[in-house]
Ligand binder design. Structure first.
Ligand code: ZN
Length: 321
């Protein structure tokens, strides 16, 4: 049928492409460098002829120790089609992390697409597909956030302005999100010194180039950091949370308010990488595919999303696998 999702989380498009999971296909495509989208990459390097991704995603993979050998690396800028075995692959922009892409495959039998992780605005819907495979991380009305990410960034800046006198502001998040935060803070005129670990900094340099925003005063974190903004991977929270200063956890799962103070010096800020439920529906409504598959390997509520799409938009939809 031209598009499917396997138990291992590979999105199969056309006859030649396996996206974001391992499968015996000519080409493995990586939409972005988050670990739930790089599963089975070693298998794909061995068994596929090419691994395709945007230039920024290839650089992210290298920094994360998952670089693709030069002979197999296919670097595809956005909107540059490549034809392989009578099928055309195009990576389309997706707003999620630096380098993120949607995937479009055109075959003689039909046109198939996968959104990858995305948020709106900034992810132009792929229109008129025969089958659209959609990511639905927040795939239920119960998971709806009632504010935009702009509110969350404003809340974060308010915390920085109110608390910077108490010592460093520690900010914890995942790869991609941390780099976007650095760029967003700079765009909004926050000029505090920023310190990060080596990997976060290397990724930030790629993101800075990708977003076209200079980093300014971003330096390597040392033991005696006692001022400024310190951005580190979420996995370091338990190790650092007792240090002096104020600690801010960025999470997509804070659904009560854009920012919430949970302790004297701890905040949770609701900054998500993913479309809200209504943004998912908005995307599908604008794209108007003939059929929708909701990826259930990365969402616990794919069946609800599919049902909602069928009833509200009248488009046949199913969760898969
Ligand atoms: Zn992601």
């Amino acid at each position: 049928m031209g598009a499917a999702v396997t138990e291992k989380g590979a999105i199969l498009l056309g006859g030649n492409f396996a996206v974001d999971g391992p499968a015996e296909r000519l080409v493995r495509v990586v939409t972005h460098a988050h670990s739930d989208h790089t599963r089975g990459l070693g298998f794909s390097v061995r068994r596929s002829v090419f691994v395709a991704a945007t230039p920024a995603t290839h650089r992210f993979l290298e920094i994360l120790g998952q670089g693709i050998p030069p002979g197999k690396r296919l670097e595809l800028p956005y909107d540059r089609p490549v034809e392989l075995d009578r099928e055309t692959l195009v990576l389309k922009p997706a707003r999620h992390i630096a380098g993120s892409a949607q995937v479009l495959v055109e075959t003689p039998e039909g046109h198939y697409g996968y959104t990858g992780d995305f948020k709106l605005p900034g992810t132009p819907p792929m229109k008129g597909l025969d089958v659209l495979v959609v990511d639905a991380t927040y795939g239920s009305p119960q998971l709806e956030r009632r504010w935009g990410e702009w509110d969350a960034i404003s809340a974060l800046i308010e915390i920085i302005e109110r608390e910077r006198a108490r010592g460093p502001i520690w900010i914890y998040g995942y790869n991609g999100k941390l780099q976007e935060i650095i760029v967003e803070l700079r765009r909004r005129g926050v000029e505090d010194d920023i310190f990060t670990d080596a990997q976060t900094l290397a990724l930030a340099r790629v993101a800075s180039e990708f977003y076209g925003e200079p980093l300014r005063n971003v330096r390597l974190l040392t033991q005696d950091a006692s001022w400024g903004i310190i951005l580190v991977h979420y996995s370091k929270y338990n190790g650092y949370k007792r240090r002096p200063g104020v600690h801010v956890v960025l999470t997509g799962w804070e659904l009560s308010a854009p920012a919430r103070k949970v302790d004297n010096n701890v905040y949770r800020v609701s900054f998500s990488d993913h479309a809200t439920f209504s943004e998912i529906i908005e995307y599908v409504e604008e794209a108007r595919p003939s059929k929708v598959i909701v990826d259930s390997t990365r969402s616990k509520t794919a069946h609800l999303t599919a049902k909602y799409i069928e009833r509200r938009l009248g488009i046949p939809a199913e969760p898969m696998p």
